[in-house]
Design a protein around this ligand. Structure first.
Ligand SMILES: CC(=O)N[C@H]1[C@@H](OP(=O)(O)OP(=O)(O)OC[C@H]2O[C@@H](n3ccc(=O)[nH]c3=O)[C@H](O)[C@@H]2O)O[C@H](CO)[C@@H](O)[C@@H]1O
Ligand SMILES: C=C(OP(=O)(O)O)C(=O)O
Length: 427
């Protein structure tokens, strides 16, 4: 198993390219199941989850071809052609490893009139139920049956009817599933209290490029007019706002000066606001953003919330950064009940953090010290990398496969801007 070794203390400077967004890629890939014509996605990040999703599409009968495989290139272009579906089932083994596979439920059901998808179950960061995915699909004409850990969905008369659904709480995944299912329904749909994350906007724009009719994109009410069929399209995946935020924290925690390239600054709202509040310089110029810090960081009070609020996917990275702030910060996690697993690992590096329920109080310390630590989930892993970059001495981060789900060529990007970081394989 691989580990990442960091000898901390280097100030990061230079230009760092941002990849395509994992969380957009994983909802754009299943769109290919909605048409028998090819969907070409560019700026796809090279990540374990994207490869895994490609394999799932293959199992369902889609052919995939990939360009851009030169080792020195970032991103890839994948063309997916789902001429016909040879299977309508997403099995437990795949869904268990990659939770985003639940996002094939809506598209398979829309395309084939029936789908059988394993229930994902819990995961390290929380329970992650899918009841809202199912209720929203029911509202647009799905009939559901639960048996042996699977959900079997079918559309009355072989095609979804469309309908109205108001989410009781905002759900990114459930909004994605129901939108993909509704675009080819017989009638119209109205989805209220829909998630407004930029990744949902990316999804809707891709579907529109494929011939879907969607009004209200980027708002909490999506009006969808079902069309008989979708067609071929080419679409470029949006920049990864969480990767950009993570490297912005890397600049801040090392007192560095990084220019992030290939960013969509308008989608970075709460992350950049919080960095500025901490005293970090954030200057956007087109698709480039300079992030620089030269004074001790100020403490923050932050609470995670759906977009445009402060993203849960940034909570762990900010916590690492705030361990070195000049005072006490208060972080509240409102989306996932168990997303503080990085806390004991950061404490092993000298951080002073107290968790009580959903709230963590982070008291800034003078310095962190390197230590062997264990990654527990994707963003928790990044928080340990950030801590390691600033710590005195050597940090060894185990279970790097979590990072490989969401950060394209992390050690290469960081060493190019001055980090002393390497990946070692223990065989
Ligand atoms: C609103 C939010 O910040 N969503 C995050 C969530 O998306 P993801 O799609 O995984 O999760 P949801 O947005 O669906 O979950 C939001 C909340 O709704 C609850 N819920 C969800 C679905 C459901 O059927 N029933 C239910 O009760 C969840 O437990 C959670 O408390 O994790 C992703 C990966 O970290 C992040 O990129 C998303 O930003
Ligand atoms: C937890 C994350 O992703 P996933 O929903 O794919 O587990 C994340 O992107 O932070």
């Amino acid at each position: 198993m691989d580990r990442i070794i960091i000898r901390g203390g280097n100030r990061l400077t230079g230009r760092l390219p941002i990849s395509g967004a994992k969380n957009a890629a994983l909802t754009l890939l299943p769109c290919a199941l909605l048409t028998d014509e090819p969907l070409t996605l560019s700026n796809l990040p090279r990540l374990a989850d994207v490869d895994g999703f490609g394999h799932l599409l293959n199992q369902l009968g889609a052919a995939t071809t990939v360009e851009g495989t030169r080792p020195d290139e970032f991103g890839r272009v994948m063309t997916i052609r789902a001429g016909s579906l040879t299977s309508t089932e997403a099995p437990y083994d795949i869904v268990r490893k990659m939770r985003a596979s639940i996002l094939v439920l809506g598209p398979i059901l829309a395309r084939a009139g029936t789908a059988r998808v394993s229930l994902p179950g819990g995961c390290a960061i929380g329970n992650r139920p899918i009841d809202l995915h199912l209720k929203a699909l029911e509202a647009i004409g799905a009939e559901l049956e639960m048996a042996s850990g699977y959900v079997r969905a079918s559309a009355k008369g072989g095609r979804l009817s469309g309908g109205r659904y108001r989410f009781p709480v905002v759900s990114v995944g459930a909004t994605e599933n129901v939108v993909m299912a509704a675009v080819t329904a017989r009638g119209g749909s109205c989805i209220e209290n829909a998630a407004r994350e930029p990744e949902i906007v990316d999804l809707c724009r891709c579907l529109v490029a494929m011939g879907a009719r969607i009004e209200g994109i980027g708002t909490e009410t999506l009006e969808i007019e079902g069309v008989d069929r979708l067609h071929a399209a080419s679409y470029s995946v949006m920049p990864d706002r969480i990767e950009a935020g993570s490297y912005a924290c890397a600049a801040a925690i090392t007192g560095g000066d990084l220019t992030l390239t290939g960013v969509a600054p308008d989608e970075m709202g709460a992350t950049f606001d919080a960095l500025r509040e901490a005293g970090v310089t954030v200057e956007a110029n087109g698709t480039e953003v300079r992030v620089a810090a030269d004074a001790p960081l100020k403490p923050l009070t932050l609470s995670t919330a759906p977009y445009p609020g402060f993203a849960t996917d940034m909570q762990a990275q900010f916590m690492a950064m705030l361990t070195l702030a000049n005072g006490a910060s208060v972080l509240t996690e409102t989306i996932f009940e168990n997303r503080y697993m990085h806390v004991p690992e950061l404490a092993r590096m000298g951080a002073d953090i107290t968790v009580s329920g959903r709230t963590a109080v982070v008291r800034g310390v003078e310095a962190l010290t390197g230590a062997p630590v264990m990654a527990t989930d994707l963003r928790a892993s990044m928080s340990l990398i950030l801590a390691g970059l600033a710590a005195k001495g050597e940090t060894s981060v185990a279970r790097v496969y979590h990072l490989d789900r969401g950060y394209e060529r992390l050690e290469e990007k960081l060493s190019a801007v001055g980090a002393d970081i390497e990946r070692v394989s223990d065989g």
